[in-house]
Write a protein that binds this ligand. Sequence first.
Ligand code: IMP
Ligand code: MG
Length: 173
Amino acid sequence: MVKLDLLISQKEILTKVKKVARELNQEYKDKEIVLVMIMKSSLRFVSDLMNFLKEPLVIEYIGCSSFKKNSLKRKKLIISNLQNLNLKDKHVLLVDDIFDTGVTLSYVHKNIIKKAPASIQTLVLLYKKSDKKTNFQPDRFLFEVDDKFVLGYGLDYKENYRGLKHIYTLGEK
Ligand code: IMP
Ligand code: MG
């Protein structure tokens, strides 16, 4: 069994989600937002966020996985569905759960730019204080977290725990 230490409660997350939604609604006042979510881990974040975003709103998704099954080791970044998205002249809001090394978001961002969107900005729930492998930075993040493995609220540990309401760190056994 793993030991979970509470890090951020659902209540704290929702407070910040509402605040960022208000800012985005103001910023995209006369524009349609095309929210591109990075599955599966941003699922919960986006489902809360979209409760507070104004219409017109379009939700698109891409799939990314970078961890080996049943391990905390990284494998090659695998991206799916990106090629199917038509984002030309769209106002893209790219959303992910956590910015760790930065490899995932910078790669997806670079490839969305190639699709000639009218604008693009990036939003992540968590910003990990870890070594970065890129100079790319997200435009917005809601919480800064220490360099520890976190799970819950969409984030998995070996594909489990995504359903937990709060965010936890993985404690020592
Ligand atoms: P990056 O490419 O290193 O920035 O990592 C991005 C992806 O790895 C995120 O979208 C997460 O899904 C996953 N990830 C990174 N750190 C954690 C963590 O502490 N817990 C769960 N998933 C993580
Ligand atoms: Mg992710």
